[in-house]
Structure formats: C-alpha cells, structure tokens
Write a protein that binds this ligand. Structure first.
Ligand code: UT7
Length: 338
C-alpha cells in the first residue's frame, strides 16, 4: 500500500465519537409471514435479513436521532451546547418542515447550533458526513454533529411483500472535530447522482407534484415504490465503481482496508462488491440480519457493529460506500481516529 494524502490541509477532520439508537420493538421475518405471502427462508436467502426494529406509534425520526446524538455526546464527554452544527440525513423527516435538525437541536438542548436536513436517501449519511467534514476543514466549525436517521416503517406498505421485508428503523450520529497532530481522519470521497433512476425508487405522494388528497392516499402514493431488480443492478455496478475510484486515486486497494462499511441494503450486493474489490472477508461489516435497511442509519449502525466486535480500531483504514434512491452513490475513505 502507498497511501498518498493530498497536500496537507490546514485543518483535517476526524470522527471523534459515535452513537447509535434503534427502537426496542422487533419485527421478525416470522412476524412478516403472518402479514404477507413471504417466508423466512426467502427473505434470508435473497436479502440476508432476519429481523428489523420498528418504532411504536408516536415515535418519530427526531426521537431516534436525538437518542443517537445523546449517546454520541456522552461518549465524547461534552455537553450539547458545545455542538455548533447539526446535519440530519433522512427521507422520513418528522414533518415537511421545520427541518428535523431543528427538532433534534431543541430535544438535545444544543443551544446556539445551526443546521439543516439533507436528503440523499441511503447515501444521506455519507453525503452529510462530507458536508460536515468540509465545515471542519474550512476552519468554520470545530464540532459538527452528523446524524443519519430514518423511520422507514412510516412510509412502508405492510401489504407489499416486495418492500415491507426490507426496511427497518434506526439512527446513528457521529461528531466531527479537527484532528490532533499525527492523526489523519477523513481522507477522500467520490459522489455521483443520477436522476434517471428516480422512477425506480421513490415515494410519489405528498410533494408538490402530487399533494396529499384522498385519491393519493387511496392510490398508495405515500409509500415506498421500488423496482427491486433495477435498483439491484445499479447498486452492484455503481457501488463498486464508487469504491474503486476513491481507492485507486489514493493509492490503495481493497485488500489494504481494515474495514469496509457499506450501506446495508442486501447482503448479496455487499458480498459482490467486496469480492469485486478483492477485500478480505474479515474486513467486510454486515449487520443487515439484525436491522434490515434503515436507509440513512445503516452506515453508522454498521460502524457501531464493527467497533463492538473489535473489528474497527484507532488508526484503521476504512472505506464507506453507499447507493440509494435518486439514484445516489458514494464512497468515503478515512482513517478511524476514535
Ligand atoms: O437502499 C436501496 C434500497 N433498495 C435496494 O437495495 C433494493 C435492491 N434490490 C434487492 O435487494 C432485490 O431485488 C430484492 C430483495 C428487492 C428482490 O430480490 P430478487 O432476487 O431481485 O427477487 P425478484 O424481485 O426478482 O423476485 C423473485 C421472486 C418473484 O416471484 P416469481 O415471479 O419468480 O414467481 C417475486 O414475486 O420472488 C418473489 N418475491 C417474494 N417471495 C417471497 C418478491 N418478494 C418476495 C417476498 N417473499 N418478500
């Protein structure tokens, strides 16, 4: 490996803390067998999912996001009023407006922070991570909270077996801060959006194109609609391309990675990407069996799994990669510093 860092930035950014939260209630494959024509074997073989967590009625994205953020701050040992910026990546905001970031700021007690929501579906967390990184690297801010959170159960049609078996609810938060001398932190990223993919994965109702009416509700337009096969093909091709691009331009290969933390949408997509990039099996983090696809929550939840299992340690070279509705795709190379 010959990792080549770009010319020294005046300030480098790093992830200094991580917190995650999932609601306690479980929805297992066996529960779903009682709701739609599916079975545990099909779901496990085609997706790798065994169970997912879903909220009780009345619990919203800002609640999961706030819990994750509190854990993140506790681990770092700082109080909420030290947070300068809050970015919430989500496709399931509590409501259209105000931004979920504002609701999290209030629930957290992050007095004086500013922030906003970012919508990039399953790539939301890594896109928000880059925005936060740039805010730290520019010298503008020293403590940026980046949260990926979704309550997918609020937009899933539990009579549609093609989508209801896939998604779950969850949240993860990281704090971005300047590196200490000798630390590397965030290294590089590659992102791309392709709006020709919009018809393949969307929620058509409720926006300015199809405002909510009795007809849009009856037509189930307020649920996730997906062409699973088309999304699968895009994912397999583009997630590997995103990963390869960022690895090669930084002088590393898949085999050099201590940890590959991909978006958890389908175990088969993750395994084919890892194989194509020549990664060691032990480096690949998969927790989709326990959480399903939590959209913007998957990558921080997988970071937590990696640290819990002792597979992600300070100084490790890590690749994040994602794809999602839009289409959106991206990858991030970093050195883990917490
Ligand atoms: O974050 C981005 C989110 N989206 C994705 O990542 C989705 C990517 N796509 C996928 O993960 C896969 O395409 C799915 C898991 C959605 C579907 O798997 P697949 O292997 O592509 O299955 P398929 O859609 O080709 O369906 C195969 C068969 C069909 O039956 P026939 O036509 O062969 O008789 C489906 O009707 O499986 C049937 N099927 C099911 N059977 C049992 C579809 N859903 C189910 C189900 N249980 N839940």
């Amino acid at each position: 490996m010959s990792l080549t860092l770009k010319p020294q930035l005046p300030v480098r950014a790093k992830i200094s803390s991580l917190g995650v939260y999932v609601p306690p209630k479980l929805l297992t494959n066996h529960d779903l067998e009682l709701m739609v024509a599916t079975n545990d074997q099909w779901i496990q073989e085609r997706t790798g999912i065994r169970e997912r967590h879903i909220v009780e009625k009345g619990v919203a994205t800002s609640d999961l996001a706030t819990e994750a953020a509190k854990i993140c701050l506790d681990k770092r040992g700082i109080s909420a009023d030290e947070v300068e910026v809050i970015i919430v990546a989500t496709v399931t905001p509590d409501m259209f407006f105000p931004a979920t970031a504002c609701l999290v700021q209030e629930k957290l007690g992050a007095k004086g922070a500013w922030g906003f929501d970012l919508l990039a579906a399953c790539s939301g967390f890594i896109y928000a991570l880059q925005v936060g990184t740039k805010l730290v690297e520019s010298g503008a801010h020293k403590k940026v909270m980046v949260i990926g959170a979704d309550v997918m159960s609020s937009i899933i049609d539990y009579t549609d077996r093609a989508t209801c078996v896939i998604f779950g609810d969850g949240a993860g938060a990281v704090l971005l801060e300047p590196c200490e001398p000798g630390e590397v932190g965030m290294i590089d990223y590659w992102h791309e959006i392709d709006g020709s993919g919009a018809p393949m994965l969307n929620m058509p109702g409720g926006g300015s194109l199809n405002p909510a009416t009795a007809e849009t509700v009856a037509a189930k337009m307020h649920y996730v609609h997906q062409d699973g096969g088309a999304v699968y093909k895009f994912a397999v091709r583009k997630m590997a391309e995103a990963a390869e691009t960022v690895l090669s331009r930084n002088g590393v290969t898949g085999a050099d990675l201590a940890c590959f933390i991909p978006h958890q949408a389908n175990k088969r997509i993750i395994e084919s990407t890892a194989e194509r990039l020549g990664m060691n099996k032990e480096a690949v983090i998969i927790n989709i069996d326990r959480y399903g696809n939590t959209t913007a929550g998957t990558i921080p939840l997988a970071m937590q799994t990696a640290t819990d299992e002792g597979r992600l340690k300070k100084g490790d070279l890590v690749l994040l990669a994602s794809f999602g509705a839009g289409f959106t795709v991206g990858s991030t190379l970093l050195q883990w510093e917490s």
